[in-house]
Design a protein around this ligand. Structure first.
Ligand SMILES: Nc1ncnc2c1ncn2[C@@H]1O[C@H](COP(=O)(O)OP(=O)(O)OP(=O)(O)O)[C@@H](O)[C@H]1O
Ligand SMILES: [Mg+2]
Length: 486
């Protein structure tokens, strides 16, 4: 039985020995640690398996040992053993990631055997899942990047030159344009594809934490560093590190990244000697780095090193030609996921989707389709499956009005369209009389009160217009209202 290691961390030698014998009988390879620090050094040397952990240890907090074991190797499964009466601590431990807990009462050995067996099964299952996921994403590679517009074709051509080299690549583009997808494709499609792809989002992480994430730390480098930990640079050795949202990185860390680029070495926090790394850096941002450089918010020297190979992903509205392809791509994906037999979209849906401007880019389109597939009841996506704001925005644009509603009504706009724009709901419609009054006011104002010309404009006889004016309180009253409104 390969990979069936059990580590027992317990300061009661009698009990530990008993469990050891019982588990060895089952074919497990058992190690013993009688103190917390012995347990910690097991974690540090990369113990991989199932751990039986007594929470009450003489030297180190049991919960710290738990944390170290999980941090060092997330596929470890920890079974807590606790004396009768300290259930609260055990529950806290499961909240922090322990797999199971057992109280030290009758037949502990028997219950341990069952729990250890389950823990190994759980490990295998989740290992299989992530393997499958990785396999699937590797297989997809460039294929999942769907595009055929000339704008994106150019991007692909550029990418091809960068794929097999180690040059740093900087991917810029609005949110949702596919920066991460491109970074992954760049990695898996190239010579480093077999190596690791390690992604780190630089936004929203406190500086000190980001630093230890990037460069790792030695045990005891700071409070809470109960065990040594490799940084992302070391983890990405032989592969690619993807620094997402690089524009959010502090100047302090920028200078550290620059050093890595120059020396190809990283210094762990609290470490004494630098570690060599062979890593390709791909970074991404939605911000304008050049402008940040100009404002002194981003180091110029770092910028030039990161952007040896710059790629700008166009916004989706700049490559509307990709929309039908993407719609089809997402439709297939989500229909399969939902187990629905959806064959396409109604023509008017495609019209609408093609004229939308997608402030959220491809991600927005993806969300629209995902939602439409869920709510759709027919074999095709219909207009009512689209979210309200997409329909509204499309309608306004057709009327010649900008997204923010500031556009002008153009003179060639038909009245029907103007009405559509002005009165969206039935309860907003003006009455016939209100409409006529407004029309007369408008005409009178345009011809500066000249009733004869106003009658001509409106296609009425002079007496008719006079009669209407009378009903409205006389010409002067009407004009006064018109002026006040104008
Ligand atoms: N060309 C494409 N073909 C297929 N799917 C795409 C394409 N571009 C983007 N996507 C999908 O759109 C979503 C957003 O892409 P991604 O996360 O790569 O964008 P991003 O530029 O990194 O966005 P952000 O700046 O918000 O992090 C993802 O689900 C991705 O799979
Ligand atoms: Mg991203």
């Amino acid at each position: 039985m390969p990979d069936r290691r059990v580590l027992i961390i317990d300061d009661e030698p009698g009990l530990a020995g008993l469990l050891e014998a019982s588990l060895e009988n089952e074919g497990y390879e058992v190690r013993l640690a009688h103190t917390g620090s012995a347990g910690l050094s097991q974690a540090e040397s990369g113990f991989d398996g199932v751990v039986l952990l007594d929470l009450r240890l003489p030297d180190v907090e049991g919960l710290d040992v738990l944390q170290a074991l999980l941090q060092a190797n997330p596929s470890n499964r920890i079974v807590i053993m606790t004396a009768h009466g300290s259930i609260d601590a055990a529950i806290e431990a499961t909240r922090r990631g322990a797999y199971d807990f057992l109280t030290k009462t009758d037949d502990l050995a028997g219950r341990v055997r069952v729990s250890v067996k389950n823990a190994f099964r759980d490990r295998e299952m989740s290992g299989r899942v992530s393997e499958l996921e990785e396999e699937a994403s590797a297989r997809e590679g460039f294929r999942t990047l769907v595009a055929r517009s000339p704008e994106m074709t150019r991007v692909f051509q550029t990418l091809r030159h960068a794929v097999d080299s180690r040059v740093t690549v900087l991917i810029q583009g609005e949110s949702g344009t596919g920066k991460e997808l491109v970074a992954r494709a760049l990695h898996s499609g190239g010579a480093r594809g077999a190596g690791p792809f390690v992604a780190l989002n630089c936004a929203g992480i406190p500086d000190t934490l980001l630093e230890s994430e990037l460069f790792g730390h030695e045990r005891g480098a700071f409070t809470g560093a109960v065990t040594a930990k490799k940084g992302k640079f070391e983890l990405a050795d032989g592969g690619t590190i993807f620094l997402d949202e690089i524009g959010e990185m502090s100047l302090h860390l920028q200078s550290k990244i620059l050093r890595v680029l120059e020396t190809r070495e990283v210094d762990r926090l609290g470490g004494s000697k630098p570690v060599k790394v062979d890593v390709r850096i791909v970074s991404a941002t939605h911000r304008d780095l050049e402008q940040m450089v100009a404002h002194g918010e981003f180091r110029e020297d770092l910028y030039y090193r990161l952007a040896v190979f710059p790629i700008r992903l166009p916004a989706l509205r700049e490559r509307q030609g990709d929309v039908p392809l993407l719609v089809d791509h997402f439709l297939r994906g989500f229909a399969k996921e939902e187990g629905k037999d959806i064959t396409g979209v109604e023509p008017e849906v495609m019209d609408c989707l093609e004229s939308h401007t997608y402030p959220g880019n491809v991600r927005e389109l993806e969300n629209i389709i995902s939602r439409a597939v869920v709510v759709s009841s027919g074999p095709r996506i219909s207009i009512s499956d689209l979210p309200r704001q997409v329909l509204d925005a499309t309608r306004m644009r057709r009327l010649g009005v900008d997204d923010d509603g500031t556009g002008e009504l153009t003179p060639d706009l038909s009245l029907d369209r103007a009405f559509e724009l002005l009165f969206r709901r039935t309860d907003e419609l003006p009455s016939h009389e209100q409409l006529e009054a407004a029309l007369i006011r408008r005409a009178l104002r345009l011809v500066e009160g000249d009733v004869t010309r106003a009658a001509e404009l409106l296609g009425l006889s002079r007496p008719t217009l006079y009669r209407r004016l009378e009903r409205l309180g006389g010409k002067d009253a009407v004009l006064a209202v018109a002026e006040a409104h104008g």
